[in-house]
Ligand binder design. Structure first.
Ligand code: PLP
Length: 398
């Protein structure tokens, strides 16, 4: 086994967590097996008693999935983790495993659509009370906390408008109330923001996004202290079965090897595109966590190590102009996904956020001219030429 606590991220992401079989394979082994066999009845008994630390069943743990979990723990600085079939399996397990009827949850209202459904619709069905707040407003977090508040939940930067929440301040509010802070860290990536160091208790990812980063498979992961996982997630995970497939874990291990290279290239391209958009008269607002004009630039400087692979912007001329911009792009693809090697653009009002009432969209800063662009790893000059063509096309419809 090659693991070291002292490696920097780029090294951990290539070597971390690797366990080799007797063949000494270079690439991580793909253990497509549901179960495991034992040399004797006594060996099976020892394995089940926990006296012998081997594997028992792939719903609980699998060698390939275990390598993915260990590599992610090294990157995140977490003691333990459970990999899941999707990002939403990670979010729902992380939240549901620690609450019961009568408990209260406070969440930022700017959440990924399905996360908002879990908080707003699913939890109340089981008697869990929930309150949504403006995540940027620390007084709102403080005011929403009650005696029975168990969990605070947020993402930062947010989807799609890249608002930033002060993670450390919200962690302090959570801990003063005896609650746990869960962070969905997808938009920041594990390279640019370390929620556990900022005081969060639990971090969740959709590995579908930057961690795969090449459009191949879904995945998710929940990371925390060993104590939190043992007390909250361990049994929930074993018995409800949101487990990651070994094949997806193998794909994601390959994704992790190139994560720093891809995120650096994507961030460079996103910054170029943000600056180009900001200079254009048809663009009313650019929200990019790497720019000095971001509304929470000071919080970003304190809690993030990099800008973002995403840019949010608002163009004059509403939906016709936003559609013309998208349709004129030839390299950037129209897609609701993000974090991919391919540049992708989405119009939240008619796709990812179409189910929200117009008023709720307005609260999140989404209007008919809002677009979200996820920068890929293409040549930056080609992307700028594509964006220039799309900007020219808006003038035609305005
Ligand atoms: C995509 C996403 C999810 C859900 O992940 P899936 O892998 O699609 O289930 C959750 N949170 C955020 C912020 C996301 O971007």
């Amino acid at each position: 086994m090659t693991t070291s606590g002292n490696w920097r991220p780029a090294t951990s992401l290539v070597h971390g967590g690797t366990t080799r079989s007797h063949h000494g394979e270079t690439s991580e082994g793909l253990f497509l097996t549901q179960g495991f066999v034992y040399d004797s009845a006594e060996a099976a008994e020892r394995r089940f008693k926990g006296e012998d630390p081997g594997f028992v069943y792939s719903r609980y743990a699998n060698p390939t999935v275990d390598m993915f979990e260990k590599r992610m723990c090294m990157l995140e600085g977490a003691e333990d983790a459970r990999a899941t079939a999707s990002g939403m399996a990670a979010v729902s397990a992380a939240l549901m495993c620690q609450v019961k009827a009568g408990d209260h949850v406070v969440a930022a209202r700017a959440l990924f659509g399905s996360c908002r459904w879990v908080v707003e619709t699913l939890m109340p069905k089981y008697g869990i009370e929930t309150t949504l707040v403006d995540g940027r407003d620390l007084d709102a977090w403080q005011g929403a906390v009650r005696d029975n508040t168990k969990v605070l939940f947020l993402e930062s930067p947010t989807n799609p408008t890249l608002e930033v929440v002060d993670v450390k301040a919200v962690a302090d509010i959570a801990h003063a109330a005896g609650a746990t802070l869960v962070i969905d860290n997808v938009f920041a990536t594990p390279l640019f923001q370390k929620p556990l160091e900022l005081g969060a208790d639990v971090v969740v990812y959709s590995a579908t996004k930057h961690i795969d980063g090449q459009g191949r498979c879904l995945g998710g992961i929940v990371l925390s202290s060993k104590e939190w996982i043992d007390e909250n997630l361990h049994d929930y995970f074993r018995h409800t079965g949101p487990s990651m497939s070994p094949f997806n874990a193998w794909t994601l291990l390959k994704g992790l090897e190139t994560l720093p290279l891809r995120v650096a290239a994507q961030t460079r391209n996103a910054a170029l595109i943000a600056d180009r958009l900001a200079d254009h008269p048809a663009v009313e607002r650019v929200i990019y966590p790497g720019r000095a004009d971001h509304p929470q630039a000071e919080t970003i400087a304190r809690q993030m190590k990099g800008g973002s692979t995403l840019v949010a912007f608002e163009i004059a001329g509403g939906k016709p102009a936003a559609f013309a911009f998208q349709n004129a792009l030839s390299i950037v693809e129209i897609s609701n996904n993000l974090g991919d090697a391919k540049s992708l653009v989405t119009h939240p009002a008619t796709t990812t956020h179409k189910n929200l009432a117009e008023e709720a969209r307005a609260e999140l800063g989404i209007n008919d001219g809002t677009l979200r662009l996820s920068a890929g790893i293409e040549d930056g000059d080609d992307l700028l030429e594509d964006v220039d063509r799309a900007l020219a096309a808006i003038s035609a419809v305005r």
